[in-house]
Ligand binder design. Structure first.
Ligand SMILES: C[S@@+](CC[C@H](N)C(=O)[O-])C[C@H]1O[C@@H](n2cnc3c(N)ncnc32)[C@H](O)[C@@H]1O
Length: 214
């Protein structure tokens, strides 16, 4: 589902600063060589993540779902001096490509990729985070939120991608038949009801739910 009229979307992209040369190359290489390239955040959402990171000035970031590393590289642009990103992906085949682009970008000393199931790895990370970005398998969104919550600093943010799920969250049949749609809908309701956070659902690309820990 297109949320914005394509012409308006093109206008928005054309009036947003371009991605860096490294991100442009990663974007192209992902579309050429990697399965399911639509999973990559892309130009507009990438600039939004970079801008959020500059605004928050995070010390540490936790990302669940590295894929080819595009969103991690966008977040890295706003990291504090000495800050790090722990990014987790279950797909070990992605690691060589991610490492190559981390080297190219100059962020390899600040982004650490962990390969494995995020639900196993999150409890082993002994850090506090200013941003947690949830962007992996949709049926575990609530589990990732719960696993990461205590590691988020007061005033820190939990950002979840794809919370509109191409508009399926409005479709009664999808809500009945599709577990991913159901979990995303439950995730949105859970965050809204969680008195420990303030939240806003941004209708950017496929929807970004931003929760701020009080
Ligand atoms: C939507 S992609 C991430 C896109 C990336 N954040 C970006 O914006 O460019 C989702 C990723 O989550 C990973 N993933 C799925 N299940 C996972 C799990 N249980 N633990 C860690 N990563 C997982 C997939 O291998 C995939 O690479």
């Amino acid at each position: 589902m297109e949320f914005l009229d394509p012409k308006l979307e093109a206008y928005v992209e054309n009036h947003t600063m371009p991605e860096s040369a490294v991100l442009d190359e990663l974007n192209r290489e992902t579309w050429l060589k990697v399965l399911q390239p639509r999973m990559l955040s892309g130009h507009l959402q990438g600039r939004v993540l970079s801008m959020l990171s500059h605004m928050i000035k995070p010390r540490n970031i936790l990302e669940v779902g590295t894929y080819t590393g595009y969103s991690a590289l966008c977040f890295a642009e706003g990291l504090q001096q000495g800050g790090v990103i722990d990014t987790i992906d279950i797909n070990e085949e992605l690691e060589p490509l991610v490492q190559r682009f981390l080297e190219k970008s100059g962020y390899s000393d600040r982004i650490k990729m962990h390969v494995g199931n995020a639900l196993d790895i999150i409890p082993t990370l002994d850090k506090e985070y200013d941003i947690v970005f949830i962007d992996a398998d949709k049926n575990n969104y609530i589990n990732y939120y719960n696993a990461a919550f205590e590691k988020v600093n007061k005033g820190g943010y939990i950002i979840a991608d794809n919370v509109l799920w191409s508009g399926k969250v409005l479709d009664e049949q999808e809500l009945k038949d599709d577990p991913d749609t159901r979990t995303i809908n439950e995730y949105n309701k859970m965050v809204l009801a969680d008195e420990r956070v303030e939240n806003v659902l941004f209708p950017i690309r496929d929807g970004l739910m931003i929760a701020r820990k009080k």
